[in-house]
Ligand binder design. Structure first.
Ligand code: NDP
Ligand code: 2IT
Length: 445
């Protein structure tokens, strides 16, 4: 049995109840066969055994009081996965579906993503099964304070620096930062995605969506093409989806769909982003409101149609894991899709991703394509360390440079290992190599 097969068999035995984690880990391990099966160094120091096991998994109780005076209890997590190349770095997700499998898949992906940014950040992820939807600001604050009351003992600006993810945006980061500062009596860059008057970086809000589009744009440049006139399907209508839409529109593309958990909007004339921002960022409302404001748009409830059935040139899934399955991939290809770029983490099921690669759709996996968010978080950490802030243009230019570099690194790695255009393989290998070298250098820890 090969080294990789042994690791996969062991993982399946030990983590049978963690499907998302197994999915993410198996994809990476399968890509690494060409690197680790031929060089015994890795096996001799149990490098893969160490890589798949988090350095630390923290699970905790989060008790808080709702507006009616009732005590609520949620479960909190932080998985500090790998610190070989820098302090643990990765977002916090607040969503009722959060469990250890989801946090481990996200933390594991984060190791390679952060490595691809070229910046000194290790991999981690956290969150809670708390559902911010329908909660008052006061309830969200109570929850965030309770969550940070425990989390603060595990994190620090040189140890572990969380940020946002699904359900965690500027409001939640503010409440958590306030509580950290109150408990520690220290104003430190311990979270990223902070407000602009208290240590946040310009362009961090836009960074994940913009970065995704910069990567696809760089690919289009290499084939002498551009976003101009392209029809684009975007899923999600949160932070990543909104700023991906904004950048596609700036570059002359036509975004014609967006989704939330209740369904999707199809607007052939082009999504009106002012309406979306008002619904999602101001009212914290639902996409169902969109069609009532734009008579030529259609809203379809979940279960009555698939967003990926809409014919487009480019698809950018920006909502959540496994939101695009094999049937969706087949429908997209049949309708002429040429490029799929993942703004979300692992939005394509493994068979859908494999189908895209087999059928020569240019497929950019999340750990490469959405790395602009965490890359800009690392730039926020740098600004906090030097107690300075850089202009929007300066940060945006660095973000673009990071995404262009990642594209060429994963493209080169795919070519080097004989799989030209397989950016899954390219991203996994390029991300792995730097972390593996650091682990080899640092001994058995
Ligand atoms: P937001 O909370 O801002 O938005 C999430 C969007 O996805 C909402 O439209 C939400 O709909 C939808 N969504 C979430 N969960 C589900 C679900 N189970 N089923 C259907 N729709 C769902 O999150 P972000 O935009 O920040 O994150 C989106 C994705 O991008 C995630 O995969 C995240 O991990 C990834 N990502 C985020 C980064 C960041 O900087 N924020 C960086 C890199 C990756 P609804 O409101 O109805 O729940
Ligand atoms: O998945 C991700 O990369 C994020 N949610 C952003 C993490 C960060 O630390 O900015």
């Amino acid at each position: 049995m090969s080294y990789v097969d042994k690791i996969i068999a062991d993982l399946e035995k030990k983590n049978a109840d963690q499907p998302e984690f197994l999915q993410a880990a198996k994809e990476v391990l399968n890509s690494l066969r060409v690197v680790v099966d031929s060089d015994k160094t890795y096996e001799s120091v149990a490098l893969l055994e160490r890589l798949v096991e988090p350095e630390r998994t923290i699970q905790f109780r989060v008790p808080w009081v709702d507006d009616s005076g009732k005590v609520q209890v949620n479960r909190g997590y932080r998985v500090e996965y790998n610190s070989a190349i820098g302090p643990y770095k990765g977002g916090l997700r607040f969503h009722p579906s959060v469990n250890l499998s989801i946090i481990k898949f996200l933390g594991f992906e984060q190791i390679f993503k952060n490595s691809l940014t070229g910046l000194p950040i290790g991999g981690g992820k956290g969150g809670s099964d708390f559902d911010p939807k329908g909660k008052s600001d006061n309830e969200v604050m109570s929850f965030c304070q309770a969550f940070m009351t425990e989390l603060q003992r595990h994190i620090g600006p040189d140890t572990d620096v969380p940020a946002g993810d699904i359900g965690v945006g500027g409001r939640e980061i503010g409440f958590m930062f306030g509580q950290y500062k109150r408990i520690k009596n220290a104003f430190q860059g311990v979270l990223t995605g902070k407000g602009l008057t208290w240590g946040g970086s310009l362009a961090r809000t836009e960074a994940t969506g913009y970065g995704l589009v910069y990567m696809v744009e760089e690919y289009l440049n290499t084939i002498g093409d551009s976003f101009k006139g392209k029809n684009v399907a975007i899923s999600g209508s949160g932070n990543v989806a909104i700023f991906a839409t904004q950048k596609v529109q700036e570059l002359g593309g036509n975004v014609i769909t967006m989704t939330d958990s209740n369904g999707f909007v199809h607007h052939p004339a082009g999504i009106n982003l002012d309406t979306i921002k008002h619904i999602k960022l101001v009212k914290r409302g639902r996409l169902t409101d969109y069609a009532s404001k734009h008579g030529d748009a259609v809203h379809k409830e979940t279960g009555t149609g698939r967003v990926w059935d809409v014919p487009v040139d480019i698809a950018l899934p920006c909502a959540t894991q496994n939101e695009l399955n094999l049937n969706d991939a087949k429908a997209l290809l049949k309708n002429g899709v040429k490029i799929v770029g993942e703004g979300a983490n692992m939005p394509s099921t493994q068979d859908a991703a494999d189908f895209f690669i087999e059928n020569k759709v240019s497929f950019f996996p999340g750990k490469a394509a959405n790395a602009g968010g965490v890359g800009t978080s690392a730039l926020e950490m740098s600004q906090n360390s030097e107690r300075l802030s850089w202009s929007f243009d300066e940060v945006n230019a660095k973000l673009k440079g990071i995404m262009v570099d990642i594209f060429h690194n994963i493209d080169d790695a795919a070519k080097e290992y004989g799989e030209d255009g397989n950016y899954i393989l390219g991203a996994n290998i390029a991300g792995f190599k730097k972390v593996a070298q650091a682990m080899l250098d640092q001994g058995i820890i």
